[in-house]
Design a protein around this ligand. Structure first.
Ligand SMILES: Cc1cc2nc3c(=O)[nH]c(=O)nc-3n(C[C@H](O)[C@H](O)[C@H](O)COP(=O)(O)OP(=O)(O)OC[C@H]3O[C@@H](n4cnc5c(N)ncnc54)[C@H](O)[C@@H]3O)c2cc1C
Length: 198
C-alpha cells in the first residue's frame, strides 16, 4: 500500500482491514515497518505502544575529491562519534548527532554542520579542508534497549512488528568482520591513518 494507512480494523475472522486514502485491503498479516511512525500505526491498530524514540540525525556530502578512493571502507571513530565513507566521487560525513523529535519530515538544524566542522578539526584534521556541498536530516528510531523490535504483537492478532531498525556497533562489528575477509586493508590503512594526524 503506497499511501499511508488511515485506519486499521480487526475484522473478527483473523483478518485486519487497512484503509488508506484510495483503498481498503483485507489481510491476515500486517507488518508494522513504519519506522518513526511505528507507534502511530500501532495506535491505529489498537495495539500496544512501545518505547520507541525517533531521533534525528544529519548526513553531509562533499563535492568530488580526487584523492578519495571509492574502495575505502566506512571509517568510524567510535571514541568521538564521527564517521565518513566514500559517496560518489566524494565523501559522506556524519557527526552522529541525535535529537529526539516527533515523527514527520525532520527539519535540518544548521548548528550540526558546525558540530561536524568542530569534530573534524579536533579528531580528523586531515579532512579539515573538505567543504560540504549538501546536507540533510532523517530519522533513526531507537528502542529502549537498542535492539530491533521484531515479532508478533501480543494484543492484535496478525500484526507483526519490524521496528527500531538502525545501525548499531554490534552490526558494524559483524559487517567489519565480514568486510575484513574481503578487503586488503593494508593498501589503504596508511592513507586513512594520515587523515587522523596533524
Ligand atoms: C543520517 C542517517 C544515517 C543512517 N545511515 C544508515 C546506514 O548507513 N545504514 C543503515 O543500515 N541505517 C542507517 N540509518 C538508519 C536507517 O535509515 C533506518 O534504520 C531505516 O530507515 C529504518 O527503516 P524502516 O523501514 O524501519 O523505516 P523507514 O525507512 O522510515 O520507513 C518507514 C515507512 O513507513 C511509512 N509510513 C509511515 N506511516 C505510515 C502509515 N500510517 N501507513 C503506511 N506507511 C507508513 C513511511 O512513509 C516510510 O516510508 C541512518 C539513518 C539516518 C537518519
Amino acid at each position: 500500500m503506497a499511501e499511508r494507512s488511515k485506519a486499521i480494523r480487526p475484522m473478527g475472522v483473523g483478518e485486519l482491514e487497512v484503509v488508506s486514502n484510495g483503498e481498503s485491503i483485507k489481510t491476515k498479516v500486517l507488518v508494522n515497518a513504519s519506522g518513526a511512525w511505528a507507534n502511530t500505526v500501532a495506535r491505529l491498530a489498537g495495539a500496544i505502544e512501545l518505547p520507541l524514540h525517533p531521533c534525528r540525525r544529519h548526513l553531509f556530502v562533499s563535492p568530488p575529491l580526487d584523492w578519495v578512493d571509492a574502495s575505502w571502507p566506512f571509517v568510524w571513530d567510535v571514541s568521538h562519534d564521527i564517521y565518513f565513507r566514500p559517496e560518489g566521487e566524494g565523501l559522506l560525513l556524519c557527526a552522529c548527532d541525535q535529537q529526539e523529535l516527533p515523527p514527520g519530515d525532520p527539519p535540518a538544524d544548521e548548528t550540526v554542520r558546525e558540530l561536524l566542522a568542530e569534530k573534524i578539526q579536533n579528531y580528523i584534521p586531515g579532512l579539515s579542508h573538505v567543504s560540504i556541498s549538501r546536507g540533510w536530516a532523517g530519522f533513526r528510531t531507537l528502542s529502549a534497549d537498542g535492539r530491533f523490535v521484531i515479532g508478533w504483537d501480543p494484543k492484535v492478532k496478525g500484526l507483526f512488528w519490524v521496528a527500531g531498525l538502525r545501525r548499531s556497533r554490534r552490526h558494524y562489528k559483524f559487517s567489519c568482520r565480514y568486510l575484513g575477509r574481503r578487503v586488503d586493508f593494508g593498501r589503504i590503512r596508511q592513507k586513512i591513518r594520515s587523515l587522523f594526524t596533524r
